[in-house]
Design a protein. Structure first.
Lengths: 345, 345
DNA sequence: CTGAAAGCGCTTACAG
DNA sequence: CTGAAAGCGCTTACAG
């Protein structure tokens, strides 16, 4: 016989679910008629529990769909082993190359890597905030949003990769200037007369990289032309190249902003019947392994991404450990490109 | 004057650090002379705190290198929003393509993605365990280790991608069989006489995919040859192709195990002066965008990785919500390849 | 083999 | 504007 309604809800959890949503260790303990401690022993395969009890506990856990909370556990077991990596577009071949380097190095030191692709994100700010909340330190590409994200991340140490200008946080610069000089010498030596810089930027606002290229060429007596592509993709590279070749103006070298664009250049040249490197020499930047899959293979200014990852991790872990300052006098490192001669130039 | 040594350590925390390692909210509260609650308000930019107090708290926090514990916070704010993704090698172009699809879809639903590359890992088991500890659900490629990892993951729901055989957990099959029939018909229609299957497997143990190809060809009256490459890389694809072309045996089509190998095939053909598709038709599997960067562009059996990601996420989230069974009668979905005709076949 | 107690670091109501 | 109390879910000693 049911009594009168009471003020406190007396609805017992239906089988297979608990009142407040997700089952906790207490629910399982109650269901199995044991203490929380015994549940822990059963769930984690610890010694000091009879087979029968263990079985009963596990059955109750399964029945209740119990999964231990990672927060409850983390709070007591600790764990400063989570690294956040902010990248721009995983579909750009450069990105996984970098991510692979970071993941491998991090794994060696027992760190897991959480990835945020802010290009794929619907709400990048929220995503970065969430990353910061789950992670002990964040490294990556921040672009123009670095100040904002620095605020969003609050106390989580932050290391910027390839900053556009003096950053407020730790940073690893990726510097092509030396290799551009070497490349320019190489172009002179191979008899190039009319080089074109295929930049990835807004018109009239060359990228830093584009400016370095122009400058190195000018100092060697060239009158280099610069072309601005809106996107750093192969399609854009191919399109601009078609346009360049269509003009029938002299042109015997194309220096692309990155390898992916340079692959587009190569492809457009092949289609137009332009011989590379015979008629036109082509150079990319990044040093992607991808560049060896095409014919001719792509000459490029290569970055050692393992070195970038190593510097970034060292910086990040140092900041975490408190050895390095977190802000203000930001700690910085530099990794330099080097000319990787393959077949296209 | 220092008193005699005591049994309990009386060393006050030196400025800038606390006794037990990392500073907690209590340390900051004590240093600033306020309550924990006030520290929370200051750290999280909440209202109801005077500017002066806030400043004092933040100064203390900075001084002590205080970072809120994500576990302490998570315990009270909750958060079932972390997805683990297990992949094999980020440097294989297929992997980032898949990862991008998962990350994007997950982000749309407010989920973060933590990545474990078990190929780059020194200790894959430990890495998967760590992934499980930080994550609410795990999806990915498990290969032959799926039973072990299923144990390691304990109660964390698991969805296997492209299983080799009937899996014990949720799974998304990626099924090429239909598209292989379509491809075989296409080869017949274009007059192919001597196709070769370039498999990625141990000798005498063709892959399931290789077997499907052989079978479809045989049913159409072909006597297909099969070649086994140890690695699914472009280098391996190129090597095997050189060997094949060197034999001077009839050969007018190569069906590669995947796109990356097929790119190696194309490259070897180009170097050998073999016209594709005139002399030899070449087909890959996966449908990587990469296949459009080469000349000729690569015909392929394409997978819709967005669909794979969508099915996997739906399965995973369903298992989490308890709508779908976690084990036993595992829930499965299927995504099929389709023939993507480009220039190479 | 099992359990009662304490505590991990934080936030959320609730008082004042 | 500020603080005392309770509690999030788990594990780690410590008793028995």
């Amino acid at each position: 016989m049911a009594g009168p309604p009471r003020l406190t809800p007396d609805a017992a959890p239906a089988p297979g679910q608990t009142a407040g949503g997700r089952a906790t260790i207490i629910d399982v303990a109650a269901a199995a008629g044991v203490s929380r401690q015994t549940v822990t022993r059963a769930m984690n395969g610890m010694p000091g529990i009879s087979a029968a009890t263990k079985e009963r506990v596990l059955a109750a856990a399964t029945q209740l769909h119990y999964r231990p909370s990672r927060f409850g556990r983390g709070l007591v077991t600790g764990g400063e082993h989570q690294l956040g990596l902010v990248v721009n577009d995983l579909r750009n071949p450069y990105t996984p190359q970098l991510a692979a380097a970071v993941v491998r190095l991090a794994a060696e030191q027992g760190w897991n890597v959480m990835l945020a692709d802010v290009d794929l994100a619907s709400d990048a700010d929220r995503m970065v905030a969430a990353l910061g909340a789950q992670t002990d330190v964040v490294i990556g590409y921040f672009g123009s949003r670095r100040e904002r994200w620095n605020e969003v991340l609050g106390t989580v140490p932050m290391v910027e990769l390839d900053p556009a200008s003096e950053p407020p946080t730790g940073a690893v610069w990726i510097d092509p200037s030396d290799s551009i000089e070497v490349l320019a010498d190489h172009l002179v030596a191979t008899g190039v007369r009319h080089p074109v810089v295929l930049d990835n930027s807004e018109p009239d606002e060359p990228s830093a990289r584009g400016l370095l290229m122009l400058d190195a060429l000018r100092r060697r007596g060239y009158l280099p032309e610069i072309v601005h592509a809106a996107h750093g993709t192969a399609e854009c590279g191919a399109e601009e190249t078609e346009r360049l070749l269509g003009r029938r103006r002299r042109l015997d070298a194309i220096l692309a902003f990155n390898d992916v664009m340079a692959l587009g250049v190569l492809s457009a040249c092949r289609r137009a019947g332009v011989d590379v490197p015979g008629d036109v020499r082509v150079v990319g930047v990044d040093g992607l392994p991808l560049g060896t899959l095409v014919t001719p293979t792509l000459t490029t200014l290569a970055v050692d991404l393992d070195a970038v990852a190593a510097e970034a991790l060292e910086l990040a872990l140092g900041m975490l450990a408190g050895e390095l300052p977190r802000q203000g006098a930001a700690v910085q490192r530099t990794v330099r490109h080097r000319l990787l001669l393959r077949e296209s130039a």
